[in-house]
Design a protein around this ligand. Structure first.
Ligand code: F6P
Length: 324
């Protein structure tokens, strides 16, 4: 079946670079003579028929902007078979032949169900600051979120070293520690707590005792999904054992989701958005488009969703070696 009309949506947590992906989809569709419809508010908008026509000029001046011009949402109704039936019906009624779903794990799980149950032809574009979706070595937004967190850590280091303080910095990442581990190494943190490694408060205390004596200031990066329950709890536990420490906590939160996408995210989003359209044109569906080892890849949704992405193992060795 040929494609004359496609739709696109962004769903779940917004990520810097989503706009660049939207732009790439719309302009690639235009290049191939395909009509593009933007769906507002993710799957919610799909069920409510919140559709807007998008031409190449409608996506000007967004490549550099964070957030998503199509807005985003997390939809409970779409998780029901009735919700997905309505979604598929709305697509058919609007004459839409294929769908592009830009988002992370939740978005792609929804896309998978829509494709399998309703036979909707679709491709997912890997986009989440958490970098926790299979099918792409990096997801759109991860690089920018890391850079934003890193800038905050550099600033915290300035004040920490002026006072000889220990800062516990909490970063996002849902159940994974990609942002924490990558920024921890790049910021020269003394310790990183991630859910992927069983927490070790004894070791943390030992490191802080040694390092704070020698260096004065310390940065401990804590992934929000860490078993200990976040930076505040962890800082309390350490303070109870070492009352002499001057500790402060900084939770970076949604700051990490905003801001202008970096070069890496704009490039990735542009490649993936264009590849999603051309993938559909070449007959691909039910898959996630990503970049694996530098190559554009189309991974079946079921495989991408089942993949357990792991933090590069050498980073766990690197951190203590460099943080002396
Ligand atoms: O998935 C992106 C993310 O920012 C996670 O890092 C975080 O756990 C979650 O979304 C926050 O969700 P919300 O914006 O709904 O508070």
């Amino acid at each position: 079946m040929s494609i004359r009309h496609l739709a696109l949506l962004t769903s779940g947590g917004d990520a810097p670079g989503m706009n660049a992906a939207i732009r790439a989809v719309v302009r690639t569709a235009h290049f191939h003579g395909i009509k593009a419809t933007g769906i507002m508010d993710g799957y919610e908008g799909l069920m409510k028929k919140s559709f807007i026509e998008l031409g190449p000029r409608d996506v000007r001046n967004i490549v550099q902007r964070g957030g998503t011009m199509l807005r985003s949402a997390r939809s409970e109704t779409f998780k029901t078979p009735e919700g997905r039936t309505t979604a598929a019906k709305n697509l058919r009624e609007a004459g839409i032949d294929a769908l592009i779903c830009i988002g992370g794990g939740g978005t792609q799980a929804g896309a998978h169900q829509l494709a399998v149950e309703q036979g909707v032809r679709l491709i997912g574009v890997a986009s989440t600051i958490d970098n926790d979706l299979g099918g792409s070595d990096r997801t759109i937004g991860f690089d920018t979120a890391c850079n934003t967190a890193l800038e905050a850590m550099d600033r915290l280091r300035d004040t920490a070293s002026s006072y000889g303080r220990i800062f516990f910095v909490e970063v996002m990442g849902r159940d994974t520690g990609f942002i924490a581990m990558h920024t921890g190494i790049a910021a020269g943190a003394e310790y990183v707590m991630v859910p992927e490694r069983k927490e070790n408060v004894d070791e943390l205390v030992r490191v802080l005792e040694n390092r704070s004596k020698e260096k004065g200031s310390c940065i401990v990066v804590v992934a929000e999904g860490d078993e200990e329950g976040g930076a505040f709890k962890l800082a309390d536990r350490v303070k109870q054992r070492c009352p002499q420490f001057d500790i402060r906590v900084s939770v970076l939160g949604h700051l990490q989701r905003g801001g202008n996408p970096t070069h890496a995210d704009r490039l990735l989003a542009s490649r993936l958005g264009a590849a999603a359209v051309e993938g559909l044109l070449s007959g691909k569906s039910h898959c996630v488009v990503g970049v694996v080892k530098g190559e554009l890849t189309f991974t079946p949704h079921a495989v991408a969703l089942a993949e357990k992405k792991v933090i590069e193992p050498d980073l766990f060795r690197l951190l203590p070696m460099l943080a002396v």
